[in-house]
Design a protein around this ligand. Sequence first.
Ligand SMILES: NC(=O)c1ccc[n+]([C@@H]2O[C@H](COP(=O)([O-])OP(=O)(O)OC[C@H]3O[C@@H](n4cnc5c(N)ncnc54)[C@H](O)[C@@H]3O)[C@@H](O)[C@H]2O)c1
Length: 395
Amino acid sequence: MTEPTPPLRLGIAGLGLAGTIMLRGLQGWDGAEVTAAADHHETLLANFAGDYDAETYTDVAELCQSNRVEAIYVATQHQFHAEHAIMAAEHGKHIILEKPMALSLADCDAIIEAVERAGVQLVIGPTHSFDPNIEYMAEIIASGELGALSMINTWNFNDFLYRPRRPEELDTSQGGGIIFNQLPHQIDSIRVLTGDKLHSVHAALGVLDQARPTEGNATVMLRFESGAAASMVYSGYDRFDSDEFFGWVGEGGQDKPGDTHGQTRARLKGVTGEEEKARRTSAFGYKPSAEISGGRFAAPDNLREGHFGVMVVSCEGGDMRPTPDGIAIYDDDGARHVEIPAGKFLASRPAVVQELANAISGKAPARRDGQWGRASLEAALAIQQSSAERREVLL
Ligand SMILES: NC(=O)c1ccc[n+]([C@@H]2O[C@H](COP(=O)([O-])OP(=O)(O)OC[C@H]3O[C@@H](n4cnc5c(N)ncnc54)[C@H](O)[C@@H]3O)[C@@H](O)[C@H]2O)c1
């Protein structure tokens, strides 16, 4: 008889938006036990301490020394990813590292080297490529059931650029804007679906607001070695919202009112500097469970599938698209819907921890390992270069 696997003892580095979503997504799942967390903000730590019987630290460096932690979820800002991932590896901790893996390929290489030297496991994510509907469509493509993949078209229009931001989040040279924060979701989802090596990109990026002078929209064409192609369109300008085409179900699977166009911008009007920074922490930092009533952090049973906009995947024998409850398949026999039942509440969070646990136990190597994260960053950098040089960039 095989012994049941004990839950992975996980420390959370960063109790901001990403840390919060991870904690909500792991609630009620027995594959992980959250044993510690670190954040510079004392309020966020106190909120966390009220909900979890776990250690708290004011710096990631201290969290890395904890004996109660086997793996660390690095959910600090982009510019700290390399430092924190390398520090975790040097303390023998396995790592889940948020996207983007880092801001330069040299930093990705340094992380990969540190992980190999320490003999620990690394998973990059969770991007929306971990959403069950993306994984399920990838399985159908890999099975050959619908024939060869020809094209993927995906659109996401949301309010990203007008959520409260710190200055560096609006400065591309420091990792700000959509290239490093939002496009990785589309790049990873497309890469999981194609299962193929990227051949080239051709892109045009837009900066539409000089008060927030970083890229806020993108039109991108990706070609893969198999000949399959993908288009990615993204806009974070809070005008059209593509959740209108997703039955007004939001990114985290929450019900979304259909009459809020422009309201994220309106809320931010006249708010800048220190006030915007304070709003960023209070809006997105970890809040006590008892205070959470709706939105992306709604009760699990109120949520449907997470997604990142509208997508249609076209194969020789049919088309597919994610829906709020699963996937729709269109072929010569008509249309049918396949419901995906399990783990609807932020299912990507247990999924990313499971990918790490499988790599640690030797059950299966991590799919989104360091080389994967490096290749996704390479694609994002090629998008930036292609737009600047107005030409196709070969990878
Ligand atoms: N996968 C997703 O859906 C998703 C969602 C949101 C953010 N992210 C990613 O997660 C990362 C964090 O984004 P965010 O929006 O949560 O940022 P955030 O600013 O809301 O949270 C980061 C937290 O890390 C803390 N921190 C930074 N350095 C620290 C240190 N040395 N010691 C202790 N605490 C420290 C900060 O105080 C802050 O509270 C980004 O790289 C972003 O791309 C991913």
